[in-house]
Design a protein around this ligand. Structure first.
Ligand SMILES: NC(=O)C1=CN([C@@H]2O[C@H](COP(=O)(O)OP(=O)(O)OC[C@H]3O[C@@H](n4cnc5c(N)ncnc54)[C@H](OP(=O)(O)O)[C@@H]3O)[C@@H](O)[C@H]2O)[C@@H](O)CC1
Ligand SMILES: Nc1ncnc2c1ncn2[C@@H]1O[C@H](COP(=O)(O)OP(=O)(O)O)[C@@H](O)[C@H]1O
Length: 294
């Protein structure tokens, strides 16, 4: 991998998501997103809303918090259910095209069981975010399971750490990560053998045997809780459509990162931000940009 990253330029791939007249929801794929423990249901709802608005055929939320596991009247399209106490069995029955775990997941024993089941799941794309990354940082058993998954199914797992999560994974300080982000993303790839999206200003995307790419879009208006959850839902939706529209997880991740940051820039140009720019507004702007680029 060269030390100077190339510029991310992935929006041209969006035309592959164009829909033929006969297509139905089965062609857009089924996504299961796991997270939403007590007090953090919003994180999973944001990821779910992004997934729905970016085009997944079915969006299913496995919500860990019983008090939040009910239909959302604002967004009844989301299939929200209480996370099953037998995650392995649940995943076997649901047959998702894409799995994502982390937004608002927490670090409970139940959260760990779900993460284990996701890491041991069959060969489907897996997005790992937020607390799921923190759990891996704290457990050599989970890290081994992640490495093993990548040995069996290379290119099927993407991690989306912000600098805080990256620091925990590498056992470094956030300041070390930010001083040399290219070196940090290389270390994360080497440690996990995954596709890695190191978020923050000038997000980096890297993977084994690929050039490192740097996103030139984005702005500090994106510094609002929930913005990363939107990215997780977006990667999942684009990957799910990619299964039948010839976009792999790497390509879908590149598209989602650039679309996410470009939507935030577009909103800022219109005066919706940087101050007060919300993740929910960003989802709707991403949908508009995506449809304009088909
Ligand atoms: N509506 C909801 O329910 C929401 C729920 N959420 C859920 O909350 C859970 C906790 O997740 P979290 O990310 O808020 O806290 P955490 O992992 O402790 O890291 C924060 C620290 O990391 C750093 N840092 C981050 N970005 C950085 C950057 N660009 N550049 C540099 N540093 C950066 C920074 O450290 P500092 O610089 O302050 O030392 C910051 O303080 C998780 O499950 C999540 O899904 C959220 O999604 C929000 C919406
Ligand atoms: N100054 C910035 N410039 C560009 N992008 C930013 C900036 N600050 C935050 N972002 C982006 O916003 C998102 C924040 O994600 P994250 O920290 O995981 O949020 P949360 O955990 O609250 O959902 C990431 O995509 C990150 O790249």
């Amino acid at each position: 991998m060269p030390s100077k990253p190339h510029t991310l330029s992935a929006l041209g791939l969006i035309s592959r998501l164009s829909r033929a007249p006969e297509e139905h929801k089965g062609h857009a794929g089924k996504v299961i997103l796991v997270g939403g423990s007590a007090g953090m249901a919003g994180a999973l709802l944001l990821a779910g809303n992004a997934c729905l608005h970016l085009g997944a055929g079915w969006t299913i939320l496995e919500m860990l918090d019983p008090a939040s596991a009910h239909a959302d009247h604002e967004q009844p399209e989301l299939m929200i259910r209480l996370a099953n106490t037998d995650p392995k069995q649940s995943l076997k029955q649901s047959l998702p095209d894409v799995l994502a775990i982390g937004p608002g997941l927490g670090t409970s024993h139940f959260a760990t069981q779900w993460l284990k089941a996701c890491l041991e799941s069959e060969k489907i794309p897996l997005v790992i975010d937020a607390d799921a990354l923190n759990l891996i940082a704290d457990s050599s058993e989970l890290l081994n399971a992640l490495q093993l998954r990548n040995q069996h199914y290379p290119g099927q797992t993407v991690l989306t750490p912000h600098p805080g999560e990256a620091a925990r994974l590498l056992g470094q300080l956030i300041s070390d990560i930010q001083t040399d982000r290219v070196s940090a993303v290389k270390k994360l790839v080497s440690l996990t053998q995954s596709i890695v999206i190191l978020k923050g200003q000038h997000t980096l995307i890297a993977a084994p045997d690929r050039d490192i790419l740097q996103c030139e879009q984005g702005n500090p208006g994106m510094g609002t809780g929930g913005m990363g959850d939107v990215l997780t839902g977006s990667i999942s939706a684009i990957t799910a459509q990619g299964v039948r529209h010839h976009l792999n997880l790497w390509e879908a991740s590149c598209v989602a990162v650039q679309l996410h940051a470009s939507a935030a820039d577009s909103l800022m140009q219109k005066g919706t931000g940087p101050i007060g720019l919300t993740p929910s507004e960003t989802i709707i702007e991403m949908r508009t940009l995506l449809n304009n680029l088909l």
